[in-house]
Design a protein around this ligand. Structure first.
Ligand SMILES: Nc1ncnc2c1ncn2[C@@H]1O[C@H](COP(=O)(O)OP(=O)(O)O)[C@@H](O)[C@H]1O
Ligand SMILES: [Mg+2]
Length: 282
């Protein structure tokens, strides 16, 4: 290959890899493991060489900075107030991913003034230029604040446990996303399964009901088994993939990360992610 061909190929590759993949991690029921999945997935993806930003977009119960022992001086509330930029509030996570800390009890996006919302989302949009993946930890349920992030993402991972109540609520998320014409990839992740078979059957049950009654395709993001190391890591304020890289949960999540890296999860969209979120209100 001639040198200038190589140079142009390199430019092309760089251009290709600059496309940012946005992944929303959401759930119907609260407390199913969203934040732990989002945090540890971010760390695994960054370990595979991606530039990853993790955004704590649970506007009601933000807690990523509690799950990992980082020194957070300012958060999204300061960005909304206009006293800090997103760049100012970013903190490094172990392993190289970056965290955009959220704040609990933030006003709902819909309740912000148009000016505040535009400032916040424009500022967040700067993340897309600097990262390969943006992982959004959303709140639970089907309120507009959760949905606008999920619907704007290239991929939405709906986290559930095998419990019928959690599965029913996960189905409600799938249903609403489908009704709203979600154009991205919708995937289910079964967390806290007792074994592989329970995870499989949970996925199969939900995906077949979604296919039959909604005509919706729910992809299989994989599963994470019940593992006491997760709780221990939470207590120690360390991500479980860092604290116990070989534990059951870490190995399960590594398979999920692999799957995500291999799949082309990009959707043709004209505008960037946070612009799409902003347009939700227009
Ligand atoms: N795979 C797992 N095995 C054991 N415990 C888990 C697992 N996943 C989550 N947990 C427990 O559930 C709690 C809630 O998880 P969290 O990520 O905060 O949920 P969410 O963000 O959905 O509210 C964690 O603190 C942990 O104790
Ligand atoms: Mg959470």
């Amino acid at each position: 290959m001639r040198t200038d061909d190589q140079a142009s190929r390199l430019r092309q590759l760089m251009h290709e890899t600059r496309q940012t993949q946005t992944i929303a991690v959401t759930s119907g029921k609260g407390g199913v493991g969203k934040s732990n999945i989002a945090l540890n997935l971010s760390i695994l993806l960054s370990a595979s060489g991606r530039r990853v930003a993790l955004v704590d977009a649970d506007l009601a119960l933000a807690n990523l900075d509690v799950l990992v022992d980082v020194n957070v001086l300012a958060n999204l509330s300061h960005v909304i107030a206009g006293t800090r930029s997103v760049e100012d509030i970013i903190v490094d996570l172990p392993g190289g991913a970056q965290l955009v800390p959220g704040a609990s009890g933030l006003a709902k996006l819909a309740e912000l003034s148009e000016f505040q919302r535009a400032r916040l989302l424009n500022d967040l949009a700067s993340l897309e230029a600097d990262n390969d993946s943006i992982i959004i930890d959303t709140g639970a349920g089907i309120g507009p604040d959760v949905l606008q992030f999920a619907i704007s993402a290239d991929m939405t991972i709906v986290v559930t446990t095998p419990e019928p109540t959690a599965v029913t609520d996960a189905y409600a998320v799938v249903k609403v996303m489908h009704k709203k014409g979600y154009a991205g990839q919708l995937a289910l992740l079964v967390n806290r399964a007792t074994d592989r078979h329970e995870a499989r059957s949970t996925y199969q049950r939900l995906s077949s009901v979604a296919r039959k009654f909604l005509g919706a395709k729910v992809l299989d993001a994989g599963y994470v088994l019940e593992d006491p190391r997760v709780r221990q890591a939470v207590q120690a304020r360390k991500p479980f993939v860092t604290a116990s890289p070989r534990c059951l949960a870490s190995r399960c999540l590594a398979a999920v990360a692999n799957k995500i890296s291999r799949k082309s999860t990009f959707v043709e969209q004209k505008e960037n992610f946070f612009r799409r979120v902003a347009n939700w209100f227009a």
